[in-house]
Design a protein around this ligand. Structure first.
Ligand code: GYE
Length: 351
């Protein structure tokens, strides 16, 4: 009986050691950057009011840490404005950081939010992979995470409460469907070039696959070149210049966002060609500048991607903190615009 008891004690000790060492292992990835020295290198964060040292009380403001991708596009600017505005309206203390399209910066920002013990962390992951370690750190610290705009490929969905954003595969399908319809009677090959978004990002992966899925039923539709333009105007222009140099017979440009299409339009015009006529252009987002180009006939078709996610995010933050059940996935509703429709919609467009 006695030795049985002794065994029990030793087993409990071993179990404790396993738990401790598992925690140590878990911190392995974070050790390097969770030290105060490292975290001081974290990207600068803005804060509406310094509430870190505020005493906990029932009327304490909700502190929301938001790690934004960057400021790469018109879509992103509209998204950032929407988040800041809605956080203000909700009365939250928003800690906002801009990762300049770098995953390492976003991870640093998230770790700094964990250290600051914010109430909720929200972020728009620049790429899909490589989040498990930091998401587990947030979970272990008991801080709920909400994904907005872009998702992660983590197998463990308990790392986040919900994902609010568009269905990017569907957006790609809408773009592909339009091309399929336009060229249904094509007798010769239709040469398509593609400007992809940021490599490894959910919208780049999904807009590519959705588009391919639709056009594959017509073997005249051929993607002859596909490269990343990183969702920016400058890169869109640069890559389109290279495409025009390498390929003389480009019929269609599919750009994963308006900004890259707008950059490409500059390259097309500089090459003495007419955008929207000599080269048919399809893009995604439907932000003001893109819609303006569409209303001028320079972009032929735009698939809408709504950046105004702020109100839904603030609602989700309140629901999570109130322990309400929320759906794991909240999909944004979106439409599409031809040049004619863009002309009509432009005057009342909010972004
Ligand atoms: O389409 C693009 C931006 O993640 C949906 O990111 C977003 C995309 C958007 O840079 O313009």
């Amino acid at each position: 009986m006695k030795s049985f008891k002794k065994w029990g004690v030793s087993l409990a000790l071993v179990a404790l050691m396993v738990v401790v060492s598992a925690c140590g292992g878990n911190n392995k990835g974070s050790n390097a950057s969770s030290s105060p020295a490292e975290s001081s290198k974290a990207p600068a964060t803005e804060s509406a009011s310094p509430s870190e040292s505020a005493p906990a009380s029932s009327n304490k403001k909700v502190v929301l840490g938001f790690a934004q991708v960057g400021a790469e596009s018109g879509w992103r600017t509209a998204n950032t404005n929407s988040i800041k505005e809605s956080a203000g309206e909700a009365g939250f203390d928003l800690k906002f950081s801009d990762a300049q399209q770098k995953q390492e910066n976003q991870i640093k920002a998230i770790r700094s939010y964990i250290q600051q013990k914010v109430d909720v962390i929200a972020f728009s992951p620049v790429v899909e992979s490589g989040w498990d370690t930091v998401l587990k750190e947030a979970k272990d610290a008991g801080i709920p995470v909400i994904l907005t705009d872009r998702s992660v490929d983590s197998k463990d969905t308990s790392y986040y409460k919900t994902f609010i954003g568009s269905d990017f595969v569907e957006e790609g399908r809408k773009a592909g469907q339009w091309v399929l319809d336009q060229y249904k009677d094509a007798q010769k090959d239709v040469n398509i070039v593609e400007l992809q978004g940021t490599t490894g990002s959910a919208p780049a992966n999904d807009r590519k696959s959705g588009f391919q899925e639709m056009i594959k039923s017509n073997d005249k539709l051929k993607i002859i070149a596909s490269q990343t333009g990183d969702f920016t105007r400058a890169k869109g222009k640069e890559v389109m210049q290279a495409f025009l140099k390498a390929h003389k017979n480009i019929d269609v440009l599919y750009a994963h966002n308006d900004d890259m299409a707008l950059g490409a339009i500059q390259a097309i015009e500089a090459a003495g060609l007419v955008p929207g006529k000599d080269i048919v252009i399809i893009s995604v987002d439907a932000v003001k500048d893109g819609m303006t180009a569409a209303s001028e006939g320079k972009i032929n078709f735009i698939v809408e991607c709504n950046p105004l996610l702020g109100p839904q995010l603030m609602q989700a933050v309140n629901d999570v903190l109130a322990n309400k059940e929320i759906p794991q996935r909240i999909v944004t509703e979106e439409s599409t615009f031809t040049s004619e429709q863009a002309k009509e919609a432009l005057p009342t467009r909010k972004y």
